[in-house]
Design a protein around this ligand. Structure first.
Ligand code: PRX
Length: 636
């Protein structure tokens, strides 16, 4: 029997050692005993980080939806698969059983087929957190279409860029979405995107808000009547383990977003196995991850990981602050949630609001708390531990990335002793290492460096859609034969890892990954702007917030500064979305540059973070005088 469910620390070490000594033997056992395959693999693993090329379970045939749905029907047909908790607590909760979900996915899959979608076609999903979102993912997977979910907070520009990058032929959206007290007109955003997306032939529209929308003849169709007429049964397309399952875009430090491509087989095995262990899921538990399915956390740990384990997973449409700041705790109480997984930014925002919101509700069902997306600071960790977990629910601080597909470094609750702010030990099969600036591996403990992974794991992204060269350059060229994460980390005396933050030009704001380059590009499109540079600075709720240094053209000099600030943020909202707006904008006459013309962001970061005591040597700059000017006028 394989060690599918790890129960104590000794077992963790034993299984970890096995997974590292004989990764192929280890993963073969897990794959064989816990999943259904139409055909077994010819080869467990082949890899070459030079090319780079990684293949897991090559030659195997499967469909992930048979693992997430069909196989549960005999034993869990009437078990709730998804609890849908709407934005407005007055609206009724929905419980969707495995049998119902299977039927709804089949219907949606048949609709997609009727609309001409087939294996390998790309489908863009731009939906709020409603059941149709999860169903749409699974329906694509059912017929072998590749889904590309775009978070429904991105602007029409960001949406069209992503649709065109992978040539989606069909888009699934809704009339609108609810977010707290607001309604967002999603269909209008899609309509605007469609002006730049000639390759999209059909837009399927879910009715959610009932707001008025334009339906373009021949292109736009209401989804519900199509579903009503579709068969509730649809054969699963048989996929190769290495066929793409989905594309998910993530920001890079430069240029356009990267469409990370995840595979069917390895992704399934790893997300299911990590879900089982990191949340210690037991048969009747109710599990809730508050992320949006528009991000990797939702893909792996709302949809695929939980459903592959036959779990009950909560999908929450709303926000933590609506109708008031007790909403999360009300939902935990209402559904007797056992595992609760959220982001540090949400914890910090809720901690500010006082304990009366927490104390109103019975949180005794909670057994495990999780965090993801950014480093958790000590204060937030203790608040979460004391007030939500009441000191009895271990916190799993899970470190991972869109690229890694599943959790890489994390405690296993009730197994790994936790330390505040530490992601602790590598998960089974994961071989992290720290590298120094010369490219040498840093051995021993109580050290810090750049976090790399030495050996492939099943759910790693296989490429960047349409740009394998960029995949190699971004992840495999910094260090020989290693995957470079872009993060810095330290390893303490007992070998625990603590992630210290990005070492590249990606900034994590409220747990969202933002690249500086696309934001700067958006700003530079403003007619009055000559040049700009963005850096992050510490923020007590968002973790980091954005500070922009902007050089104006002559035509901008006479303009009102506050109006310009508004216009610049408007420009960013249009190009990317409101999540990328700047908190502070300082107009400057120049940016500190090296003699080769590179912006010295290190200096700007220090100024933005009010840490100017030690700016380092600025005498080698092309324009050292500008540093004093920027410091003198810095925004408090
Ligand atoms: O910097 C790390 C941070 O989030 C980055 C990955 O972002 P994304 O691809 O959007 O995926 C987020 C959800 C998995 C990482 O490179 N990060 C993620 N989790 C943690 C973290 N930083 C510190 N601690 C974490 N637990």
């Amino acid at each position: 029997m394989s060690n599918y469910h790890i129960k104590h620390l000794e077992e963790y070490f034993q299984v970890y050692r096995k997974s590292v000594r004989d990764p192929e033997g280890f993963w073969e056992e897990i794959a064989e005993e816990h999943f259904v395959w139409r055909k077994k693999w010819d080869n467990v693993l082949s890899w070459d980080f030079e090319k780079p090329e990684v293949k897991w379970f090559d030659g195997a045939k499967l469909n992930i939806t048979e693992n997430c749905l069909d196989r549960h029907i005999p034993t869990r047909g009437n078990k709730t698969a998804i609890i849908f908790e709407p934005n407005d607590p007055k609206e009724e909760t929905q419980h969707i059983t495995y049998r119902e979900l299977h039927q709804q996915v089949s219907r949606m899959a048949n609709v997609l087929k009727e609309q001409g979608v087939g294996k390998g076609d790309r489908v863009c999903i731009y939906l709020p957190m409603i059941p149709e979102l999860a169903i749409a993912l699974l329906a694509c997977a059912r017929i072998g279409a590749i889904h590309s979910v775009v978070f429904a907070g991105f602007s029409s520009n960001a949406l069209s860029t992503r649709i065109n990058d992978c040539d989606c032929k069909l888009v699934i959206t809704s009339d609108g979405s609810y977010r707290g007290g607001k309604t967002l007109d999603l269909k209008a955003i899609v309509d605007a995107a469609m002006d730049d997306c000639p390759g999209v032939s059909k837009v399927l529209v879910v009715k959610r808000t009932g707001g008025s929308v334009n339906m373009k003849e021949g292109r736009d169709l209401w989804l519900q009547p199509l579903l009503d007429n579709a068969y509730a049964d649809c054969n699963a397309e048989i996929m190769d383990a290495e066929d793409p399952l989905f594309i998910l875009y993530t920001s890079g430090s430069t240029g356009k977003p990267k469409g990370m491509v995840h595979s069917c087989g390895g992704y399934m095995v790893y997300t299911a196995y990590t879900f089982k262990n990191i949340f210690q899921y037991r048969e009747n538990d109710v599990y809730w991850c508050t992320a949006d399915i528009g991000w990797i956390t939702g893909h792996s740990y709302i949809v695929y990981g939980p459903l592959a384990n036959g779990a009950t997973t909560v999908m929450f449409e709303g926000v933590p602050s609506y109708p008031d700041y007790s909403r999360f705790w009300e939902v935990v109480d209402k559904h007797k949630v056992n595992q609760f997984y959220t982001a540090p930014t949400a914890i910090r925002a809720l901690a500010k609001e006082g304990l009366e919101h927490v104390e109103k509700h019975d949180l005794s069902s909670l057994k495990i708390l999780g965090t993801v997306g950014e480093p958790i600071n000590e204060e937030a960790w203790h608040w979460y531990n004391n007030n939500i977990g009441k000191g009895k629910s271990p916190i799993v601080d899970t470190w991972w990335q869109t690229e890694t597909g599943g959790v890489m470094i994390s405690p296993i609750p009730y197994v790994t002793p936790t330390t505040p702010t530490y992601a602790t030990l590598p998960f089974i099969g994961i071989q992290p290492t720290l590298m120094d600036e010369k490219g040498e591996e840093i051995k021993g403990n109580q050290v810090s460096g750049r976090l790399c992974i030495k050996f492939p794991w099943p759910s790693m992204a296989r490429t960047i859609w349409g740009d394998h060269k960029r995949y190699r350059e971004t992840y495999f060229s910094a260090y020989d034969n290693k995957y470079f994460t872009g993060d810095g980390a330290l390893r303490d005396a007992v070998g625990y890892y603590r992630i210290t933050g990005r070492v590249d030009d990606v900034i994590i704001v409220s747990g969202h990954n933002l690249g500086t380059a696309p934001i700067e590009d958006a700003i530079n499109e403003h007619p009055a702007v000559a040049e700009s540079a963005i850096v992050g600075f510490p923020h007590d709720v968002k973790g980091n917030a954005l500070y922009g240094f902007v050089i104006l053209k002559d035509i901008g000099e006479s303009r009102d500064r506050d109006n310009l600030r508004k216009e610049i943020n408007q420009q960013i909202t249009e190009q990317i979305g409101p999540i990328a707006k700047l908190d502070k904008i300082q107009f400057v006459s120049g940016l500190p540059k090296t003699r080769s013309g590179k912006i010295m962001r290190r200096i700007l970061r220090k100024i933005a973070g009010k840490d100017t005591d030690n700016l380092g040597d600025i005498s080698t700059l092309l324009n050292p005088e500008v540093v004093t000017e920027i410091m003198d006028n810095a925004i408090p």
